[in-house]
Design a protein around this ligand. Sequence first.
Ligand SMILES: [Zn+2]
Length: 451
Amino acid sequence: MKTEKYYRPDIETMDRGELDSLVEERIRYTVDYAAKSSMFYKKWFRDNNIKPSDIKSHEDLLNLPIISGKTIRENQPPEINNFGFRSVDWKSIFTIHETSGTSGIPKSFFLTWEDWERYAEKYARSFVSQGFGPGDRVVICASYGMNVGANTMTLAARYIGMTIIPIGKCTFPPRVMESYRPTSIVGSVFKLIHLAKRMKEQGMEPSESSIERLVIGGEGFPEESREYVSELWGCDVFNTYGSTEGTMCGECSQIDGLHVPEDLVHLDVYDPHMKNFVKDGECGRIVLTTLLPVGAKCGTLLLNYDTEDTTVVKTSEKCACGRTHMKILNPQREAETFWIAETPFNRVDIEKGVFQRENMEYLTGEYEAFLYGGRDGEETTLRVSVECEDTGRCDRSIVEENFLRSFFRFKSGLEDAYIQGKLNVLFNYMGPGELELYKIKGRPKRIVDRR
Ligand SMILES: [Zn+2]
């Protein structure tokens, strides 16, 4: 039996009552700070005739507007001459970041050094909850660029005495494994699968390597992919969710939901109309509010920011690890949700179908899917292309059967459409390196809607 360690035991195991009062104190301070320091909120409170001091609690946040990436873009150059969400003077800003939007114009984010420290603390808590500590050597296989994730994890390592090997997003030569004997890697599902494969080709067995645990960051994935990575490497695989806006939630030793650092970021889950909070256990949109300790400052202040990700609050009860902060399910991107026959499905549902354990005897895990048709009553076609180790040695009926069983399991609307001939599902079997996504630079697009 391992004994649980905490990075900030006083905060992480704080009683629910005390934690809720701390959150409300910080909501009051943060709203007041916003009204005084952010051009956008200063104007908003004036125009809407709302007194910042009337916003006292979590429920009162329902009276404030929900902002999105679009609101941020409308309040920065080239739309206006200044940055409406910047909430500290220029000389207090330590770094400036941009998040690449799908719409072309990136959103700007400003971070003070204090913001960096708070971001890093969130990762430090999460690393410690996953069993990391002094002596760990961690390869960061995420990009060190305008995104804050890799840099913040590096700073977190300094807090807890770990060594970082900042590989970044470049390819990761297996010799790094032998030379430095890292105890962990932070990367994506697919990077971790590729690396395991390349090691095997060079006669190294991943499950016998120095790796003690793995961390997947920044993407939604089904349990099936985690289980496959865990089997390949013979170790636990933890999930973290982070964003430039400052979320940073992580799974603890229990691997049963991601703890939200409730004292540093306020996370609400809204209904599809964005009017009300949903109950715990129901799925909805993640809406974030920066939380500042009384007296603190921050570079970009967001109240009620729509992340366009969805999740479910799993529980606000105390976790078996001793932490009292609430746990959420692995978030999914709304932009990766598609509709057929009035039924939604996400990229994660496709990935789940691909990663059915029996399929992995034939497949590499790499896949892409395309949607066609569906106009004026014509049938919709979902074409799923999967990469095979060897197309000549792939039991296609097994792969198809497993995929469809998994895909339709909680989606009776899709199954009905399939039975009625309104949805056609086609499979393509490709050899290594033949998927279309390999021809496109940047983040691979797993589902392409061509309807
Ligand atoms: Zn826990």
